[in-house]
Design a protein. Sequence first.
Length: 238
Amino acid sequence: MESCLTPLPEVSNIKEVSGGQLAKWPERLNAIPPRISSGTLEGITKETFVENSELWKNRVEYYKTIDYQLAETGRYRNLLDMNAYLGGFAAAFVDDPVWVMNVVPVEAEKNTLGAIYERGLIGTYQNWCEAMSSYPRTYDFIHADSVFSLYKDRCEMQYILLEMDRILRPQGSVIIREDIDMLLKIKSITDGMQWESRIVDHEKGPHQREKILYAVKQYWTAPAATDNNQQSESESES
């Protein structure tokens, strides 16, 4: 088991906090995580963190103009961010009565889960080519930023979409951010899954190649058997 454990950083005296001092909540949410301020996360600076937090505040505000249920207080409770990075999406909901599970894909370029925890958020690792252990909850809203680009050479996108469908509640919604070519392929599959979906422009306008697919999982059942089918079944039984 030792190879699976990450040892805490060394300290020079008994009063020093291993890994860095954490701010109290709620300041902790937007304070620079010790892993970033110490340079432990290579390539992620204090400026990167601040810019990312502001970026997701703006994006979430835009999402609420697309998905009126997301803007409606109390309509959603459980949210899932499939590619959380630094947890900026979840942090943008701090004033909303929601709970966000932040997922760092195993295949992500940088392992940022520690920084997510240092912000006071919850999170986990996940390989989206495999089923997610979602017990004991399903989700009202799923956010997927560049997930399909990350997995395009690893597994078929329909398997990821079917897993999303499994853990999404009926009438729950999904927002997927991808290049327009990727979104068109995704939409062709979600239409067959009985999701009601549409592609909308990037928050910066229509000239961005990255677009947003907004979808709602519908209640649906298999169509009733026709009279001819029922007659054929009766004849077979007789």
